[in-house]
Design a protein around this ligand. Structure first.
Ligand code: HAM
Length: 428
């Protein structure tokens, strides 16, 4: 470690501190999402940030970008391969099975919030540590829950004041449809192999559906007239997609079917969806939230056949898109307590506690600085009122209460401190 002495200490690339006032905006977004989750009967799941690596390899899929090149994987001191979670679904399924939750209740609805880690190319809206909020529902195969989850995502973004939303839905088909579509797609792309980017030339053999959402312009040209997955869906998958759309229409959620919407995680079966924001400056990172069905995953990880669906959204992208300034979410300082002298400072301790117990936001000055400096600070903090206590006030059993908006002040009996300050706060 000694060679690092003198090197400037910085956060790890692609991982960010969240300072005030942005942290207040994050808290507001999280409060809003939790309220929507609770209103829909979802309960909170908290899982560890690391898991044994095979969990992610088996759930997300070996031939995905996440597993191939983005996971933070290392051996721990016991020589076990562990990975910083790149997403939350795999851990939710692991926890579901590990704790036998389905035996207690055939329908389990969970939500989670926390940091995820992917070693991606860091840019605006794409980070190596990012914060997701997501839901997972197990045991319900009916398309109405798909519609309800999509509507939840839209409701969260809309209540945060985000406009210009676009909701895209698709079906990637079930296990019986996918091979047929995969074959048709490979037949279309194979003769154009040379025009694909090197990544997609490889994907053609491992995971050809991923070519559909490659951002490279030459790949986009090659898939422009590719066969549509919608033409390869069996009756069950088609009926399910129709059911999702009927649900969305019943809920008044405007949406568009996007047959090229394939997602980067291999566990999806049937419904996939994304909510994007149009306009803004997020570029290719304009997908705020996304999800879909993964009806085969619980069984693949050793559980009983259990339909499942979920979504997650990225806190950073939502915070960047939400129009309200972060300062709006910070608590307003109701009262600043200025002390003149050591005895007065002790008296301020109790006075501040009384004010807080009455629900006011109160901050006292602990440093022995001049009253002038204290007023300056109160002003800078935007305090609604200042309470001044000095030796004279202590002796007389009063306090000085200053209205910072009106620029007036009055002497108030100490016993009326809370009532008078509250009254002042209510004044416009
Ligand atoms: P995902 O599409 O990989 O899905 O991620 C969901 C959301 O997380 C994205 O739409 C985006 O807002 C955010 N996100 C992903 N990667 C980054 C990044 N590097 N930087 C910033 N934000 C990012 C999942 O993770 C699935 N587990 C969702 C799901 C739940 N499907 C079923 N259940």
């Amino acid at each position: 470690m000694s060679e690092n002495v003198g090197v400037k200490l910085l956060a790890v690339k692609g991982m960010n501190d969240v300072l005030p006032p942005d942290s207040a905006k994050w808290a507001a977004i999280e409060r809003c999402a939790r309220a929507v989750f609770h209103a829909h009967g979802y309960r909170e799941l908290r899982t560890p940030i690391v898991e044994y690596t095979p969990l992610f390899v088996r759930s997300i899929g070996e031939a995905t970008d996440v597993v191939e090149k983005e996971m933070y994987t290392f051996t721990d001191r016991g020589d076990r391969m562990i990975t910083l979670r790149p997403e939350g679904t795999a851990s939710a399924v692991r926890a579901l099975l590990e704790h036998g939750e389905l035996a207690r209740d055939p329908v389990v609805r969970w939500y989670y919030a926390g940091p995820m880690f992917r070693h991606e190319r860091a840019q605006r809206g794409r980070y190596r540590q990012f914060y997701q909020l997501g839901v997972e529902a197990f045991g319900v195969g009916e398309p109405t829950i798909d519609a309800e989850q999509i509507a939840m995502l839209v409701e969260i973004f809309t209540s945060l004041g985000i406009g210009g939303l676009e909701t895209l839905v698709n079906s990637v088909g079930g296990a019986e449809d996918r091979p047929r579509y995969r074959a048709a797609l490979v037949a279309h792309l194979e003769p154009r192999r040379d025009a694909l980017c090197p990544d997609c030339q490889r994907r053609l053999g491992t995971n050809p559906l991923r070519v559909l959402d490659c951002k490279s312009p030459s790949c986009q040209t090659q898939v422009a007239d590719a066969p549509s997955i919608l033409d390869h869906l069996g009756d069950a998958a088609r009926a399910h997609l129709d059911g999702v759309r009927a649900g969305l229409n019943a809920l008044g959620v405007a949406h568009r079917v996007e047959p090229r919407l394939v997602r980067g995680l291999d566990y999806y079966t049937g419904t996939t969806f994304e909510v994007r924001v149009t306009g803004g400056d997020l570029g290719a990172q304009n997908t705020l939230g996304a999800g879909g069905r993964y009806d085969a995953l619980v069984a693949e990880l050793g559980g009983p056949a259990t339909p499942a669906i979920g979504f997650a959204f990225g806190m950073e992208r939502v915070a960047l898109t939400m129009p309200a300034p972060a300062t709006e979410f910070e608590p307003k300082l109701d009262v600043y307590l200025a002390a003149h002298g050591a005895a007065a400072r002790l008296a301020c301790l109790g006075a501040a506690r009384e004010l807080r117990a009455a629900g006011l936001v109160a901050e006292m000055e602990h440093r022995a600085v001049s009253l002038k400096a204290q007023f300056k600070r109160a002003d800078r903090l935007g305090a609604r009122a200042v309470v001044v206590i000095g030796d004279t006030e202590l002796a007389e059993g009063v306090i000085v209460l200053r209205d910072m908006q009106a620029g007036t002040q009055e002497r108030v009996p100490r016993a009326e401190l809370v009532a008078a300050t509250q009254q002042l706060r209510e004044r416009v």
